[in-house]
Design a protein around this ligand. Structure first.
Ligand SMILES: Nc1nc2c(ncn2[C@@H]2O[C@@H]3COP(=O)(O)O[C@H]4[C@@H](O)[C@H](n5cnc6c(=O)[nH]c(N)nc65)O[C@@H]4COP(=O)(O)O[C@H]3[C@H]2O)c(=O)[nH]1
Length: 705
């Protein structure tokens, strides 16, 4: 495309000479426009794209350097040549102000003019491109989050982008010319020892490099920031090193995140205690140390006894708070060198290091039991939780973490079986029991499906009249290989693994359905008693479950008696009152089982809507025996208390005539025991009901067992 040249002069000969020179130009084509005044020139510049201007500074409407300034103001991007006389200082001044050069009047040759124009047009284009390039680089550098700092060959700062200003807290104007070591002092994270700036190394070696990990930049205000960088030399067009540039960024957040991730991988999110992985690590280390020092260490495996009930009845949020409260107490009971860890759920494992003797572990366990037993105040609830603890020790019970934890776990189960809220040391024979437990657990899950359960019924007798007033339904498990498995061997296991819930439901449904059947068959049975385990009683859907079963089987609620042990009721006395009241409102009878074995609070006992107190068979057994309560004092006291609280008292486990006579003499209303009958299968019990036996004739005399 033709280059458009604006010639601004009112000297006609000059205009013609220039036109002639451009017409004859070899590197054309040039399109020439003329303006004879400044105002006309400015007008043309506005209208059309001009590639170069040739201007005589002496015009009718403008004179001297002002002419150039006026043009340059509107056309700074267009290359301008002034037309001057020989030795014209104005032309030189114009160059100083931005003109690309000048042409001497009288020498407008067809060779010189086009060549000058070509040069200035090209130079201006290059300048423009360089300017854009620089502007682009500047904007880019200031908008990136990485900090960029540059130095000359002496290591003095000659450039900082905005991010570098923020990082170092040095302004570009202040930093320029200062040593890089002053603007960017570096130290090593661990020991805070000064570190050589990589820029200096790059300047020495002319080779790109990066910082070693853990480098800290000391900012101008003394604060610290962890950084990562890459530094490279800069070379000029001849390949000579001209300085260096470092690009760096803040890695504090990344490092903090990495530390957090590492912590999370080794800690329990709820309690922040070390998790299983970290505990194993600590045990392995402690074993290594104990081996060298020939010392001992102990592992305490804790399982909260009644956590599941609290979680089920009060919800997970309260359960979580309780676990945190337990955590605080556990940590307060051990030394800081010991490790308290959470294995998940309500299980905790404590590593007691440098344990001198077994007594030490026992002492710690006692402390833990005592500390946990105090009530936990959570969200206006007074929560009671106890724990069962199993203890294993190195080297006697294992030489690796896995074995030690497994054996402590086994001992913990033993503690549970021994009535909870206690601790047990591991003994090798416990392993046999642990295996047995597991086998029973697995078989229990199948028993319901395989229909291996049945109910036996033990009559309850009115001691005055001898009439059968009801029966207690007792669960029986006929295992295909093991034969009859007594409840004492599987109820606790069923509770621990939760299978007691479907089993309990089955028992209740079966007992209600059977009783209704007997009644429909014309047999008289006032009430059927069903044992309710702690796990069932604490479930939120328990009351509804009972209501549904009664509705489905058609048994009248006042023909159902639920037996709940004293310890279950007392453990969460407040919660128990509410549940009992709902059952009571339905018309169901309520009995406290194993009465006398727990720690009843009389004030609560008074609040519970209880109909029956069942004296535990251990007290009945003591009647007449040469033991502590040989005179039956406890039994008498319970009967008296029951009478005063308007509750029926029933004695269980009556085996001997002497016991029966004593109970009758004390006006105990009802009794149950082998002296009358062992628990019977449903058909046998139905026969018994038909016979209508009295207490004056022991049932065993008329019924084969
Ligand atoms: N030595 C002696 N024992 C007598 C005498 N009379 C009755 N017994 C036994 O004493 C236990 C009474 O039941 P429990 O105290 O509720 O104690 C029950 C109860 O806690 C639990 N259990 C039984 N069936 C169920 C059930 O369906 N659900 C729940 N949750 N627990 C049950 O298992 C425990 C043991 O049940 P069983 O082995 O059937 O044992 C029964 C019964 O057979 C006697 O004169 N002398």
């Amino acid at each position: 495309m033709a280059k458009r040249i604006l010639v601004v002069t009112n000297v006609v000969t000059d205009a013609l000479a220039l036109q002639d020179a451009l017409r004859k130009a070899h590197d054309g084509p040039y399109e020439t426009q003329f303006a004879s005044s400044l105002s006309n020139a400015l007008e043309q510049i506005q209208k059309k794209q001009i590639d170069a201007i040739l201007v005589d500074l002496s015009l009718p409407d403008s004179e001297g350097i002002a002419t150039f300034e006026a043009l340059f103001e509107v056309a700074s991007k267009i290359p301008i040549l002034t037309l001057c006389d020989l030795d014209d200082s104005l032309a030189v001044e114009a160059v100083g102000l931005g003109a690309q050069g000048y042409l001497t009047k009288g020498h407008f040759s067809s060779y010189l003019v086009p060549q000058s124009l070509r040069n200035i047009i090209q130079r201006k284009a290059v300048e423009q491109a360089a300017y854009i390039e620089k502007a682009r680089a500047e904007i880019t550098l200031n908008s990136i989050s990485d900090a960029v700092i540059g130095t000359d060959m002496a290591g003095n700062v000659d450039y900082l982008n905005v991010a570098a200003e923020h990082m170092t807290l040095w302004k570009r104007e202040e930093a320029q010319g200062q040593s890089i070591n002053l603007v960017m002092p570096l130290v090593q994270c661990e020991n805070k020892q000064a570190k050589a700036n990589p820029i200096i190394q790059v300047l020495r070696q002319d080779k790109a490099t990066t910082l070693t990990p853990g480098t800290i930049l000391l900012r101008r205000d003394g604060s610290e920031v962890a950084i990562e960088d890459s530094t490279a030399p800069i070379h000029d067009s001849e390949g000579n090193m001209a300085g260096a540039v470092m690009v760096f960024h803040d890695v504090s957040a990344t490092q903090a995140m990495a530390v957090k991730m590492a912590h999370l991988a080794q800690h329990d999110f709820l309690t922040n205690l070390p998790n299983r992985a970290l505990l194993n690590d600590r045990i392995a280390q402690a074993i290594g140390l104990a081996k060298r020092r020939e010392t001992h260490l102990a592992i305490l495996f804790l399982d909260l006894d009644n956590f599941k009930h609290i979680n089920d009845s009060l919800g997970h949020a309260i359960g979580d708070m309780l676990l945190k409260s337990v955590t605080e107490r556990l940590c307060a009971c051990v030394r800081s060198s010991d490790t308290v860890s959470r294995q998940g759920g309500d299980e905790f494992v404590i590593l007691v290091t440098d344990d001198k003797s077994a007594e030490n572990a026992a002492y710690t366990a006692e402390k833990l039991l005592k500390s946990l037993a105090a009530p936990h105040s959570i969200n206006k609830h007074e929560l009671y939780v106890t724990t069962s603890i199993g203890i294993s020790s190195y080297p006697a019970d294992g030489t690796d973490a896995e074995t030690l934890i497994k054996n402590a776990d086994t001992a913990m189960y033993q503690a549970k079986e021994r009535g909870r809220n206690n601790f047990q040391f591991f003994k090798p024979e416990m392993n046999v029991r642990a295996v047995e437990r597991q086998v029973i657990e697995a078989n229990l899950r199948l028993a319901l499906i395989r229909n291996e359960f049945s109910l036996h019924y033990q009559p309850k007798i009115n001691l005055e009249s001898g009439a059968i007033t009801g029966a207690e339904a007792l669960l029986r498990w006929a295992h295909p290989q093991w034969g009859m498995v007594p409840p004492i061997r599987f109820i606790r296991i069923a509770e621990d693994c939760g299978v007691i819930v479907p089993i309990g439901r089955w028992v209740l449904r079966e007992a209600c359905a059977q009783t209704k059947q007997w009644q429909d068959d014309g047999l008289t049975i006032a009430a059927i008693s069903v044992n309710i385990s702690a796990v069932e009683f604490r479930r939120q859907d328990f009351v509804e479950g009972v209501r549904t079963i009664l509705a489905e089987t058609g048994l009248s609620p006042n023909c159902l008696q639920l037996e709940i042990t004293e310890s279950v009721l007392m453990h969460h006395a407040e919660g128990s009152v509410a549940i009992l009241q709902q059952l009571k409102d339905m018309g169901i009878q309520l009995a406290v089982d194993d009465f006398g074995t727990g720690y009843s609070s009389l004030s609560y006992l008074n609040q519970f809507p209880i109909d029956v107190l069942k004296i535990d068979k251990s007290f009945v057994n003591d009647i007449g025996a040469s033991k502590t309560d040989g005179d039956g004092g406890i039994v008498s006291a319970v009967i008296a208390m029951g009478n005063s609280l308007n509750q029926k008292v029933i004695a269980e486990g009556i085996e001997k005539q002497g016991q029966l006579s004593f109970l009758k003499a004390q006006h105990c209303e009802e009794g149950q025991g082998y002296i009358f009958s062992r628990p019977l299968a449903a058909e046998q019990f139905a026969k018994l009901l038909r016979l209508g036996v009295t207490a004056h004739v022991p049932i065993s005399a008329v019924m084969p067992n």
